[in-house]
Design a protein around this ligand. Structure first.
Ligand code: AMP
Ligand code: MG
Length: 422
């Protein structure tokens, strides 16, 4: 199937207009509320969590002037500064990291190690490679002009008292945790994880590991969806495959509606006789079934059941993943309390022509060749919404606006999987 062929995301009916991708995303994002509840965790448990409150430093870092090198701290007489030729100093002290030295008198040097405090009286540090030990190692001699404040890391160079070092709403990375440790913070307040309940509709679905009988397919959406949610750090309650009946769909929703922040499903969101999501959600809560002007992934259901938000993704595997990435992902990230929740894009050039002024916005699976600048996007030849290989081959989605027509070289938004799938 090429990109011109229609996916299986539901039939268009004239009475129900298609909603634009931007409008659907806007409605979804507007209705996402940060979940309640925070906890304090130790630094080693904080990775990838969302920081709930700003971190302010109570100290200067470093909290004392210290040496950036192994070498000699010197009390440099003013009249030696920048004078060419050689100079020598008597060694009167030894200061290792974690200790403090005595006051250094004019003309004297202290052996000093990286991170050790600069003693009172010292005003520069010369690295050991530039110092020669003379007179039975009691003196050093240096053969170059000396300047004040060489190799000294001043107090507060990195962080100053009262600096806000981390803002709430960030996903904690190793460097953020290290920075917290560097100011003496030993635990961080994080926003509770969100719980997502999932199930999968389709009587044709069989779990991998079994032999397929006539008409059956393996349930792949279960594994993409659970993996995508795990990547986002969600707690997943997985009911597995649910029979294509109204009763079993309602039962599944009832099991999840009190314990979950979000319920997500795949399949059954069209309006055929075998599609029960709409009726089930409407009987227990409320639902809007959107037909979005995009390809792949036209049908998308959105609503509320009990306290849980409901997102019904389409059944076709590529549509399910693409709609998850474009809609569910920013929605979840906003609920998680992340301040940077929208998808990240950058521009690349199409390495193909596009003709026909197609009415729906398309998100084609492309692989980017970065050997030229700007990078060029090559399209996978089969763009059907059932072709899961396309998403495995690709390294991102290229956004082609509604009605576009262009020749190779068009600059378009690229959504990198490297970012979206993590
Ligand atoms: P539906 O939206 O239920 O009409 O499903 C659309 C297409 O997606 C059908 O070809 C289904 O067989 C397929 N499909 C639905 N659910 C899954 C799933 N969990 N894994 C793989 N394919 C699926
Ligand atoms: Mg189905």
């Amino acid at each position: 199937m090429n990109s011109q062929q229609v996916d299986c995301g539901g039939d268009e009916t004239p009475q129900q207009p298609l909603m634009s991708t931007d409008k659907a995303l806007e409605i979804l994002i507007d209705s996402a509320n940060i979940i309640d509840g925070t906890i304090f965790v130790g630094l080693e448990e904080a990775l990838n969590s969302v920081l709930a409150s700003d971190i302010q430093s109570n100290i200067n870092v470093p909290s004392f002037d210290n040496s950036a090198m192994d070498g000699y701290a010197i009390n440099l007489d003013d009249n030696l500064v920048n004078i060419s030729g050689e100079s020598s100093f008597i060694i009167t002290d030894r200061i290792s990291a974690g200790t403090t030295g005595k006051t250094l008198l004019p003309g004297c040097a202290a052996r000093i190690f990286t991170g050790a405090p600069i003693p009172r009286g010292a005003n520069t540090v010369i690295m050991q490679e530039e110092c020669n030990l003379i007179e039975d190692d009691t003196k050093i001699q240096i053969y170059r002009p000396l300047a004040l404040n060489e190799n000294i890391r001043p107090c507060g160079n990195d962080i100053q008292v009262d600096d806000v070092i981390l803002k709430s709403g960030i996903k904690l990375k190793p460097q953020d945790i290290a920075l917290s440790a560097s100011v003496g913070v030993n635990e961080l307040e994080i926003i509770n994880k969100i719980t997502v309940g999932v199930f999968f509709t389709g009587d044709e679905l069989v779990e991998p590991g079994n032999t397929l009988k006539g008409g059956q397919i393996y349930n792949s959406n279960r594994y993409s969806l659970v993996a995508l949610l795990n990547n986002l750090g969600c707690i997943v309650i997985n009911l597995g495959n649910i029979k294509d009946t109204l009763d079993s769909t309602c039962e599944a929703l009832k099991k999840l509606m009190h314990d979950c922040d979000i319920i997500m499903t795949t399949g059954g969101v069209s309006v055929g006789e075998e599609d029960h999501i709409k009726d089930a959600v409407q009987s227990l809560g409320r639902l809007t079934l959107w037909r979005i002007k995009m390809k792949p992934g036209k049908p998308l259901a959105f609503g509320k059941v009990g306290n849980a938000a409901f997102i019904g993704l389409p059944g076709n595997p590529v549509s399910a993943m693409v709609t998850f990435l474009l809609f569910a992902r920013p929605f979840i990230k906003k609920m998680q309390g992340l301040s940077d929740y929208m998808n990240y894009t950058f521009k690349v050039e199409s390495n193909f022509n596009w003709h026909g002024s197609k009415p729906r916005r398309e998100f084609v699976r492309v692989r980017v060749d970065s050997s030229s600048s700007p990078a060029k996007a090559n399209m996978y030849p089969k763009q059907g919404s059932d072709v899961l290989s396309s998403i495995v081959w690709a390294d991102g989605l290229l956004e082609i606006p509604e009605g576009a027509s262009f020749v190779s070289g068009e600059l378009l938004n690229f959504y990198p999987f490297k970012e979206m799938m993590s």
